[in-house]
Write a protein that binds this ligand. Sequence first.
Ligand code: 13P
Ligand code: SF4
Length: 354
Amino acid sequence: MTDTTRLPQALQQRIEQLAQQAPAGPILSPEQTAALKSDIKALLKEKNAQLVAHYYVDAELQALAEETGGVVADSLEMANFGAKSDADILVVCGVRFMGETAKLLSPGKKVLMPTLEATCSLDLSCPPDAFRAFIDEHPDHTVVVYANTSAEVKALADWTVTSGNALHIVRHLKAQGERIIWAPDRHLGHWIEKETGVDMLVWQGHCVVHDEFMAYELEKLRAEHPEAKVLVHPESPENVIALADVVGSTRVLIEAVRTLPDRQFIVATDYGIFYKMQQVAPDKELIVAPTSSRERQCSSCAHCPWMAMNSLVNLKRVLETEDQEIVIDPELRERAVQPIERMLAFSREQGLVK
Ligand code: 13P
Ligand code: SF4
């Protein structure tokens, strides 16, 4: 295993600053919520628009997506759903790379987001120019990037992957004797490398949410709940993954809660996912994995600051104004869509999506 050098300190500081400054949606009364939901439903119908929501956004938004014929899903199924939808407008409730992926796959549709400011620390940690230089230093490698990257970075890649298909795709590449450049999440990269034994150069990005889960505190919590199963998203640190009963993408973790006979689960991922977990298994108990200790306070505290920027208020506004639109240069699109289409074709072939 070879790591690239650490991210420049200035970039790291900027990412932390942006995460801290991300404004969460407003707290609404039940009356305000009901009025907004009704207005949004009317606007979706009028404009033939569909909501494509991630498991980490507010429960209200997830419920609304389900009630209006949209989808609530992991990033892989969001991409798949958007590509197959016959709506005129897709409104992506999630973070920027998810909106960009939808637009890359559906250039003929209008793709809106409640706010284009909702970004992702992994996307921010991989500036295209620095990444291009890194690729140039390491020819003869297959470039595999996580979906959590900009269109510019995808345009430099051979494959895009998500946590829902990364293991399958990297195993396939290893079988062909490929050596890999992996970006940007270092924890997911190391986990994939360990599971597959592939020769991999790993970019040093991290997720501001998953990086905060703490192994020592998790062990203590598990000792207090010996019956609980530990579920971990692979963007978490290696010593946290080592404590997991199940490691996997958001969809895999939801399936674990639904299908395992256990009654209690400690969950190391964004707690926005509890809406769906509770829906599929209402009688099970979910506990957030620890992100703080006596020595260290959490800053994102198991909830993505950028996912939290999506709200009923800015969703209604964008449906009225259509001003938060994803626009991608056609020449860039031509290159950036290729690794995503390769990923989707492979995932459909393997039965990972329909
Ligand atoms: P999934 O691909 O599992 O939906 O995860 C996306 C993400 O941003 C996790 O932090
Ligand atoms: Fe990015 Fe982490 Fe937020 Fe997912 S949870 S969108 S990886 S910052």
